[in-house]
Each structure stands twice: as structure tokens, then as C-alpha cells.
Design a binder for this molecule. Structure first.
Ligand SMILES: [Fe+2]
Length: 382
């Protein structure tokens, strides 16, 4: 048995933990750059920092995490001599915050370091200290070593990565998620569910990441469905936040699979929330994967999918055969639409396959999929 496991130095988890933020920041810095989203829901936190003598400048990420956002925030941080990044928000905010932290000390421009569309050079300098406070439960970006940024010019979402980009401190307070809108809760929740399933059935899974997924998968569906009825239930918010964290730690160390392999290119080409893309593709990806491992007689993988069936539902009679239907039914319950709802046509699918087949996540898929199998997943999800 061999594996490496990378994670933040400190993860602080619990309802009300946001009250500890001042004490966490103060010994480290008195001049920070805050990266936040468009919402003003958390401005009260910044007021508390100010009243405790912590100076800050704020950069607001309006929507998707653009390369230009990182450029502008880095310029702002340099002008104000900031020596700590605080990212408070969802996945887009976290991706920008991590990229700002690493770009402050590394020379050159972002395209030097971006994969696929850039030079993909190695980041040699460390990140300045970065504290991340997620306000959604889904991406897991608070514990991973890459930032996914969007290039409008290239119509692509691509990564820059370095172990140095793993935030030093992560503070997860489920209370901050109580006011998350219903659709965002569902979409980010489906991302979290996908991110505890894909590392579990990944070709790169290991006993350490499996233990995280085994603990999280049974909690995920109950929390997702429960939050649709009771969005203010703090216990359910805690469960979802925990699942999201486990997913982030698992995917950072065991990769993902075909769902995320497709999600990057689709997210670059079309305006669809990431979690929603995952939700749409998950049932058909699982179905095609099962057909592939059964036709190849891969007993170890078949056993893993059977374990997944037992973990995901309270019905302990569920087997590998029932998994796709369970996931189709879950999508129906959560009112998940299909790809064609967003204007994706059959004629777009070849380009999506071409852009997806060499993605980092696709390499984690249980089995290597043929282009026909990949096309099959997309066609069934239209
Ligand atoms: Fe994801």
C-alpha cells in the first residue's frame, strides 16, 4: 500500500467558528486583501475585522473566476502591500483567492502557469499566507492545490496548480450557508456528492481517500434531499459542509472521473453552473462505466461499485444494477434538467469529447473510456 496525502495545515470546522476569524488573522497580518463574491451577505464580517484594527482592501469576483480577476486583484494587493489573502465565498472566489496568493510572489503573468492554453510552467515561489472561508458546500476548492480559471478569449476553463496553492488555513462554518439560495444549495450539493463518488471509484483511489468517501457518501443524499425541504436546518447544513470537505480532500489525492473530465470543457463553452453539469452527467457516466467494467470483467471495480450502491442509499438491498436508476430518480427529485435545456446540441458533442478526453479528471475515471463511450454519456444526457 502506498499513497501521498496533501491537505491544509489547519481545518477549523463548526457552526459559529466564524467568530474566531479575528483571532486567526491578527497574529498573522494587519493588512489583508479580501476576495469576495457579489453578495453583501458577509459584509458584517469585514466590519468586525475593521473594528479590531485589521486593514483590508476588497476585490469582488462578480461571477466566473476570470484570469482578469486575478490580474486586477494582484495589482490591488501589491499597491496596498497586503501580506495575507482572505477568500470568503463560493468556488469562484476561492479559485481567485488561491491564484492571487501564489501570483503575488511568482514572476511573470498567469498565462505562464496555466495548463493547456498557457505555458504550464512550474510555480517556483510559495504562496503568501491564505485563509479560505467557504460559503457554499460543494467545490472543495478550499483544500485543493489548483485554481480553475476561465479564459474568455479561449472559451476554456483551465487550471494552474502547485502544492503551494493548498490554503494554509481553512475555516468552515455551516452557519454561513444557511442563507444559500435553494438552487445553489442543490447544485453545489450535487457537486459535493459527485466529488465523494468519483474519487471512490477512481482508478487512483487509495485506502486513505476511500475512508473519507465511505464516511461521506451515506450522509450526502439525505442532506441534499433534506435541504430542499428544510434549507434552514443547521444539522443538514453541517452534514453537507462535511461531505463537501471530505470530497475536496479525496479528490485532491485520488483525482475524479469522467463527470469532471467533461465538466471543465462544458463549463468553458456554456454558461451552466458547475454543480449542475455534474448532476446532469453523473447517472449516465455511472451507467456507461458499469457497462464497461462488466464487459471487461473487472471484478475489483465491480466490487467497488457494489460498495457504492450499499453506501449511497438506506436501502441495503441496492446493488450495482440499481445505481443508475437511483441517480436518475435523485435528479428527478431535485428537478435537475438536461444539457439541451442550456442550448447544447448533438452537433456540439464531438468538440466536448475532443476537449475532454485528455483532461486531468478523465485520467482518474474507473476505466479508460473510448470516444464512443464518451459520446454515449453526452448523448444520453442531452
Ligand atoms: Fe466539482
Amino acid at each position: 500500500m502506498t499513497f501521498n496525502f496533501q491537505a491544509p495545515s489547519e481545518i477549523i470546522f463548526g457552526s459559529g467558528k466564524i467568530d474566531e476569524l479575528v483571532n486567526i488573522i491578527k497574529p498573522k497580518s494587519e493588512n489583508i486583501i479580501i476576495i469576495k463574491g457579489a453578495s453583501n451577505r458577509f459584509d458584517y464580517i469585514f466590519e468586525t475585522l475593521k473594528s479590531n484594527g485589521i486593514d483590508y482592501s476588497i476585490y469582488c469576483v462578480k461571477n466566473e473566476p476570470l484570469i482578469e480577476d486575478v490580474d486586477r486583484a494582484v495589482t490591488l494587493a501589491k499597491t496596498n502591500l497586503s501580506n495575507l489573502v482572505l477568500g470568503i465565498g463560493g468556488g469562484s472566489v476561492i479559485d481567485v483567492a488561491k491564484a492571487v496568493g501564489i501570483m503575488l510572489l511568482n514572476p511573470g503573468e498567469i498565462l505562464d502557469y496555466l495548463e493547456v492554453i498557457g505555458k504550464g510552467e512550474k510555480l517556483t515561489e510559495p504562496s503568501i499566507p491564505t485563509i479560505i472561508v467557504p460559503t457554499t458546500s460543494g467545490t472543495g476548492a478550499e483544500v485543493t492545490k489548483n485554481s480553475v480559471l476561465k479564459s474568455i478569449q479561449h472559451k476554456r476553463k483551465v487550471s494552474m496548480r502547485s502544492p503551494e496553492m493548498i490554503p494554509k488555513t481553512v475555516l468552515i462554518d455551516p452557519k454561513l450557508m444557511l442563507t444559500l439560495p435553494s438552487t445553489t444549495t442543490t447544485y453545489t450539493g450535487m457537486d459535493a456528492l459527485t466529488q465523494v463518488i468519483e474519487p471512490f471509484i477512481s482508478s487512483l483511489s487509495n485506502p486513505f481517500t476511500d475512508s473519507l468517501c465511505r464516511d461521506a457518501i451515506p450522509r450526502a443524499v439525505d442532506a441534499l434531499v433534506g435541504l430542499k425541504e428544510k434549507p434552514s436546518d443547521i444539522k443538514l447544513r453541517e452534514e453537507m459542509a462535511y461531505v463537501s470537505l471530505m470530497g475536496g480532500l479525496a479528490l485532491a489525492n485520488a483525482k475524479l472521473g469522467a463527470v469532471h473530465g467533461f465538466a471543465g470543457p462544458i463549463g468553458g463553452m456554456f454558461e451552466i453552473p458547475h454543480g449542475l453539469i455534474c448532476a446532469i452527467l453523473l447517472p449516465n457516466t455511472i451507467k456507461v462505466n458499469i457497462e464497461a467494467i462488466e464487459s471487461l470483467g473487472l471484478e475489483e471495480d465491480i466490487n467497488k461499485y457494489n460498495q457504492l450502491a450499499k453506501l449511497i442509499s438506506s436501502d441495503k438491498n441496492l446493488t450495482i444494477r440499481d445505481l443508475p436508476k437511483f441517480l436518475y430518480d435523485l435528479n428527478k427529485k431535485l428537478e435537475i434538467p438536461t444539457l439541451s435545456h442550456f442550448g447544447i446540441k448533438k452537433s456540439d458533442l464531438k468538440e466536448i469529447v475532443d476537449l475532454s478526453k485528455n483532461s486531468s479528471s478523465m485520467k482518474g475515471n474507473t476505466v479508460s473510456l473510448t470516444e464512443t463511450q464518451m459520446m454515449n454519456i453526452l448523448e444520453s444526457s442531452l
